[in-house]
Design a protein around this ligand. Structure first.
Ligand SMILES: Nc1ncnc2c1ncn2[C@@H]1O[C@H](COP(=O)(O)OP(=O)(O)OP(=O)(O)O)[C@@H](O)[C@H]1O
Ligand SMILES: [Mg+2]
Length: 251
């Protein structure tokens, strides 16, 4: 039984079917890739799984329990963390504050007028150490590079020890050195048991990290399989060539 399943999910915006009768499964312990040209519905599907959007139809189950209809913070409590295509950090707060604010926002504990609880700060510092950004703990987030901000967002997600993490373009706009760091971190977390669903246009990253890849086009699943099979799938090549997006150019 897969850890996460989306079954026949559809979501329209006006006349556009952003996600169209789409079914996906994410196996426990996997790094599963979700790829497809721009506008193919990847982020919309993430938003549905994490409760930010309500699907028009279809079901989402986590560990065989329905989670569609739950609010984002309820889904977060069930163990699904996510990062955003465009990071949602608090620009004028420090790196360390950004690690701790989501814990408060998501009601992961009742908080906080007397200041940060010791163990949370300790955990935040450990995670900043892990992502190699401890020396920026007291810097305002806006002063850091885009790649550093993406790592901070991932570190902040780790504060709640999610069993599954959805990453929306973790390497988008990020320099090659930081991409390597991000890849190492994802691999390391995966080896320690975290399951990932990964949206990314960087094909090298997807092909290296993922055991299983699902391809969307116009909201529909057009292919899935091992990286080698996906790379040679004519439907997938056509979808990318027919779009404005050139996957290889960004690899
Ligand atoms: N909130 C919204 N309101 C209206 N249309 C939307 C909304 N969100 C997404 N769409 C539309 O749904 C379709 C799928 O968009 P989505 O952002 O899910 O694509 P994507 O695969 O994540 O693309 P990208 O690779 O560019 O991030 C697009 O046509 C987009 O314009
Ligand atoms: Mg997107």
């Amino acid at each position: 039984m897969p850890m996460l399943m989306a079954d026949n999910v559809t979501k329209s915006f006006g006349g556009i079917k952003a996600v169209d009768t789409c079914s996906i499964a994410v196996e426990r312990g996997s790094i599963t890739g979700l790829i497809g040209p721009n506008g193919s519905g990847k982020t919309t599907l993430f938003n549905i799984v994490t409760g930010f959007y309500k699907a028009d139809s279809g079901t989402i189950t986590l560990e065989d329990m329905p989670i569609h209809g739950l609010k984002p913070n309820q889904i977060y409590h069930r163990g699904i963390g996510r990062t955003f295509q465009i990071t949602r950090l608090f620009w004028k707060m420090t790196v360390l504050e950004n690690m701790i604010v989501p814990v408060k926002q998501l009601g992961l504990r009742t908080l906080m007028s007397q200041g940060v609880k010791k163990h949370e700060e300790e955990k935040a510092l450990e995670l900043l150490e892990l992502v190699g950004l401890i020396k920026y703990r007291d810097e305002e987030v806006r002063k850091l590079s885009f790649g550093q901000q993406k790592l901070i967002e991932l570190a902040a997600v780790l504060m709640s020890d999610p069993a599954m993490i959805l990453l929306d373009e973790p390497a988008g706009g990020v320099n090659p050195v930081m991409i390597e760091k991000m890849m190492e971190l994802v691999e390391d977390l995966n080896q320690k048991g975290t399951t990932f669903l990964l949206v990314e246009h960087n094909m090298r990253l997807v092909m290296e990290l993922c055991q299983h890849i699902i391809v969307l086009d116009h909201g529909q699943k057009i292919a899935e399989g091992e990286p080698s099979a996906i790379q040679n799938n004519s439907l997938v090549l056509e979808a990318y060539l027919g779009s404005t997006h050139n996957a290889n150019a960004r690899a």
